[in-house]
Ligand binder design. Structure first.
Ligand code: EPU
Length: 334
């Protein structure tokens, strides 16, 4: 196990922010992970996956443990379904492609999301009508202090909109090591209701593969590729309003898009609110708002985390003043 000190995390966060960690170690097996978690020289430990949901605004005063557990395997199979287990360090999109090549359905709408398998359940990643919870079977996580491995069922993972047990009550207590997904081998449950998917498909019959192709095309047209332009996907969560609050707002802004939730609340797109305030494409130094999606903040080159945070705070203040809505960051700000 080799520990690097004063290690720049620039290549380990999709915003491309140049901040150093006191120490950095890559772990590719559970024993090494347990050893790192017990390392006596560094009382603070930070678990890093793909770094795709992270804004570094200061040096990381901790031992940064980069999870590089690898492996994909079918662990259960019937004629209809398959349970596939992926280790936490597998790249998310590469894993989605693996399942599609095998002909398994379920992950197609979640194509091209940056990040790794192990961090996907923490914020219950979602796109184009599907959330990770819809295909999640269970996961194995290591308790950070007792060092015991624990299984979590879907119920125990307490998934919510961009949220889970691992982001709330269990925050910073576990390291997710492996995730199992329940996928279909036939009679796929295809989610094509999202308008953009319908139009991208055109006359092509929907299948896991054609939907993945459509999702990839939509994402590439709207969302910046972190390898080209640093970003962390949606910076804020879409706010969820009470019916009364929504009705008041809709009177003033009849064009406001909205998505009624099963519990009677109404989700509105933060991207629309930010766009309406004229922030799309705005730039302050190297910190900017993406030109095609106002919910995505970008690093045009050498932005500091603090500069991106300042822009985010300016957006939050403006949205609050005009719409009376407190936008909540989706990205983990350190
Ligand atoms: N909109 C604008 N201007 C903008 C951006 C959006 O008017 O600059 C409007 C769109 O026209 C549309 C609505 O807002 O009516 C929603 O936009 P979009 O379909 O692009 O989705 P979103 O709500 O902005 C969410 C997820 C994305 C996910 C897409 C597609 C959150 C926080 N974000 O974005 O997830 O890909 O839906 O399902 O829920 C991510 O979490 O990192 C992420 C990219």
């Amino acid at each position: 196990m080799s520990i690097l000190t004063e290690f720049s995390l620039k290549n380990h966060n999709t915003f491309g922010i140049d901040q150093k960690a006191t120490a950095f170690v890559v772990v590719d097996n559970i024993a090494a992970l347990k050893n790192s978690l017990q390392h006596p020289d560094y009382p603070e430990k930070f678990i890093l996956g793909g770094g795709s949901n992270l804004l570094l605004t200061q040096p990381l005063n901790a031992l940064c443990i980069h999870i590089n557990l690898k492996g994909i395997a079918v662990v259960e199979e019937t004629e209809e379904e398959v349970i596939v287990e992926a280790q936490a360090g597998e790249n998310w999109h590469a894993f989605v492609c693996w399942t599609l090549e095998k002909g398994y359905g379920g992950l197609e709408n979640l194509s091209l999301i940056p990040g790794n398998v192990g961090t996907a359940p923490i914020q219950n990643i979602g796109a184009y009508g599907v959330e990770l919870k819809d295909v999640f079977d269970s996961c194995t996580a290591l308790h950070r202090t007792t060092l015991t491995l624990q299984e979590f069922t879907k119920k125990e993972a307490e998934f919510g909109y961009r949220s889970s047990y691992f982001k709330t009550k269990g925050k910073d207590k576990f390291v997710i090591c492996a995730v199992r997904f329940r996928l279909t081998k036939r009679n796929h449950r295809l989610a094509t209701s999202y308008g953009a998917i319908k139009s991208a498909l055109g006359n092509t019959p929907p299948s896991p593969q054609s939907i993945a192709k459509a999702v990839i095309a939509i994402r590439q047209s709207k969302l910046p590729d972190p390898a080209v332009l640093g970003n962390s996907g949606s910076f804020f969560k879409n706010p969820v309003l009470t019916k009364d609050d929504f009705n008041r707002l809709q009177k003033e802004y009849p064009a406001l898009p909205h998505y009624p939730q099963t519990d009677g609340t109404i989700k509105v797109p933060a991207g629309w609110l930010i766009d309406t305030l004229g922030f799309k494409g705005k730039r302050q130094g190297d910190a900017g708002v993406h030109e095609h999606q106002a919910l995505v903040l970008v690093n045009h080159g050498n932005a500091q985390g603090k500069e991106i945070l300042a822009l985010a705070q300016e957006i939050q203040a403006a949205v609050n003043t005009t719409f009376g809505i407190a936008l909540e960051a989706e990205v983990n700000i350190l």
